[in-house]
Design a protein around this ligand. Structure first.
Ligand SMILES: CC(C)(COP(=O)(O)OP(=O)(O)OC[C@H]1O[C@@H](n2cnc3c(N)ncnc32)[C@H](O)[C@@H]1OP(=O)(O)O)[C@@H](O)C(=O)NCCC(=O)NCCS
Length: 250
């Protein structure tokens, strides 16, 4: 696909100028993209325009432990985990990156600095004050390109908000983060539990009326308003704390 084709498909699907959008991607699912991962980033930025913001997951894989001291130096996010599109986005000259040792977010655009600020002060990785929460407050959209709700980190925000018992480990880790410019922060954070926990795609049954499906190249895609997804998930989880959980034991 050319970058113009990508931008016009996104616009036709309802991604508009001025939108603030967190995207999760499988680039391979799209088929050939002009300019590769960085071309795809440019097409996304064109779709939201100078008044909008694109956000990308920049998180680190692997379960960490409370009482651990995590030292993170932010260079490239791990492409095998979040994909090559976020790995390209972080090198954009206007990219900001939130300082969090496990759930960093990359942002480019009008609200990039605000949405990524102070992540290191949050009590939990995706909870109050995190970029996921701020995007929700800003009326943001969640865009899934060739992937489903299993990759939708904002659902962890819903789990943290609803206070489900399986999602966070007891205790807190300490951390020290340093970005590529040498800015350093330290703090404490709760840590996600990885095994036998979330089966996020179960939310699909509850929100199928609200997402906007479309095809980009060969990829099945959709977007959904963060507010609708998170509010629905919190309601579902408050009614049944195990609604988005695998059958595994803790
Ligand atoms: C894991 C995951 C990233 C793998 O997807 P993928 O499409 O295989 O990988 P990427 O998005 O990194 O795209 C790279 C692939 O695109 C393909 N590619 C290369 N150049 C390309 C181009 N110009 N146009 C299109 N595709 C291209 C290649 O196959 C490349 O894989 P390779 O380098 O191994 O050959 C994806 O399945 C996924 O889960 N995405 C969501 C991740 C996420 O947001 N997680 C959040 C929770 S932590």
């Amino acid at each position: 696909m050319t970058l113009n084709e990508i931008t016009s498909t996104l616009r036709g699907a309802g991604i508009s100028e001025g939108d603030h959008v967190l995207v999760h991607t499988s680039l391979k699912a799209v088929g050939f993209v002009e300019g590769g991962p960085s071309g795809f980033v440019e097409a996304l930025l064109t779709a939201v325009g100078t008044e909008g913001t694109m956000l990308f997951p920049g998180m680190s894989p692997g379960e960490r432990k409370p009482n651990e001291h995590i030292v993170s130096t932010f260079f490239d996010p791990p492409a095998p985990w979040v994909g090559k599109v976020p790995a390209a986005a972080v090198h954009h000259p206007n990219a900001f990156r939130s300082m969090h040792p496990t759930h960093s977010v990359i942002a480019i655009g009008r609200l990039a600095e605000d949405l990524t600020r102070d992540h290191h002060l949050c009590e939990s990785p995706c909870g109050k004050g995190s970029p996921f929460h701020k995007l929700y407050e800003e009326g943001g959209k969640l865009l899934m390109v060739g992937c489903n709700f299993d990759s939708c980190t904002s659902l962890h925000f819903a789990e943290e908000w609803a206070g489900v018992p399986y999602h966070l480990q007891e205790g807190q880790a300490t951390f020290a983060c340093e970005d590529k410019d040498g800015t350093a922060v330290s703090g404490t954070t709760k840590i996600h539990r990885w095994h036998g926990t979330s089966d996020l795609n179960r939310i699909a049954n509850h929100v199928h009326k609200f997402w906007r499906p479309f095809v980009l190249g060969e990829a099945h895609c959709f977007w959904i308003a963060s507010e609708i997804l998170v509010d629905t998930a919190v309601e579902v989880l408050k009614a049944d704390a195990n609604a988005l959980r695998t059958s595994g034991t803790l």
